[in-house]
Design a protein around this ligand. Structure first.
Ligand SMILES: Nc1ncnc2c1ncn2[C@@H]1O[C@H](COP(=O)(O)OP(=O)(O)OP(=O)(O)O)[C@@H](O)[C@H]1O
Ligand SMILES: [Mg+2]
Length: 223
């Protein structure tokens, strides 16, 4: 599913404040595998996830997903890939504050040619997977931290992606909701989804969800 080869990411390349965030990253993840990314703050986890999700482009090297070098996809194909293949849970949620919970969750369906009935079905399913149901009309800015996180999870799952990329997905959740998230990921893994999670939460490593832990230090994979 994922092959990362000789990947480097330099922020602000060619400028005085250039920063080498990732260097010489190589790894693969198979379909249906769950991989955890670990590393101290600033080690490069979010940078790597954003490259894997097609949100930014490598300075060198490549990210291949389902055989496609995603940095080489034309914009329309890349947008379609991000909407339909990847479910990305952002570390900082990236919700639209003045839209309701419901409209935030539905955002990734807007450009897809699907019926209202199908949209509603997907909405209900995504809310169930994220363990949130009663906040439909609440504006995102009025949601609690944990509700925002679950709204972001529902939005990431609404198009039934085959690759789930989650950046600190439980940082704002209480223990019950963290365990619910892990159970949801287990269900999705059983359906063959590939899951990458950056987290500091040790609960993941104790879970049967996780197949492999990759440790990042100063932009390098160290184990
Ligand atoms: N757009 C950018 N411009 C300049 N530097 C950046 C940029 N994005 C990230 N960095 C730097 O790259 C390094 C890696 O950042 P990244 O967000 O990937 O870390 P992280 O491992 O996700 O940390 P955390 O656990 O705090 O979320 C940091 O030192 C950060 O300041
Ligand atoms: Mg991060």
């Amino acid at each position: 599913m994922i092959t990362v080869t000789n990947l480097d990411k330099v922020h602000n390349a060619g400028q005085k404040n250039k920063f080498i965030a990732l260097s010489g990253i190589n790894f693969t993840a198979a379909n249906g595998e769950c991989v955890i990314l670990k590393g101290v703050s600033g080690s490069g986890k979010s940078t790597l996830l954003s490259l894997l999700g097609g949100m930014s482009k490598p300075t060198h090297g490549s990210v291949r997903i389902e055989g496609h070098n995603i940095a080489k996809l034309p914009d329309d194909k890349l947008s379609h890939f991000r909407l339909t293949t990847v479910g990305f849970i952002f570390q900082s949620f990236n919700l639209i504050d003045d839209l309701s919970f419901r409209d935030n969750v539905l955002t990734p369906t807007i450009c897809l040619n699907i019926s209202g009935e199908e949209r509603e079905k997907r909405f209900l399913k995504a809310c169930e997977l994220a363990n949130i149901s009663s906040k439909e009309s609440t504006l995102a800015k009025d949601l609690s931290g944990g509700e925002k996180q679950r709204c972001a999870i529902a939005r990431a799952l609404i198009n039934n992606p085959s690759l789930i990329i989650a950046d600190e997905p439980t940082a704002n959740l209480d223990k019950d909701n963290t365990l619910y998230f892990i159970e949801t990921m287990k269900k999705l893994k059983k359906l063959g989804k590939t899951i990458l999670i950056a987290t500091h939460d040790e609960i993941f490593e104790q879970s049967t969800l996780v197949d492999r832990v990759i440790k990042i230090q100063y932009g390098h994979i160290v184990s």
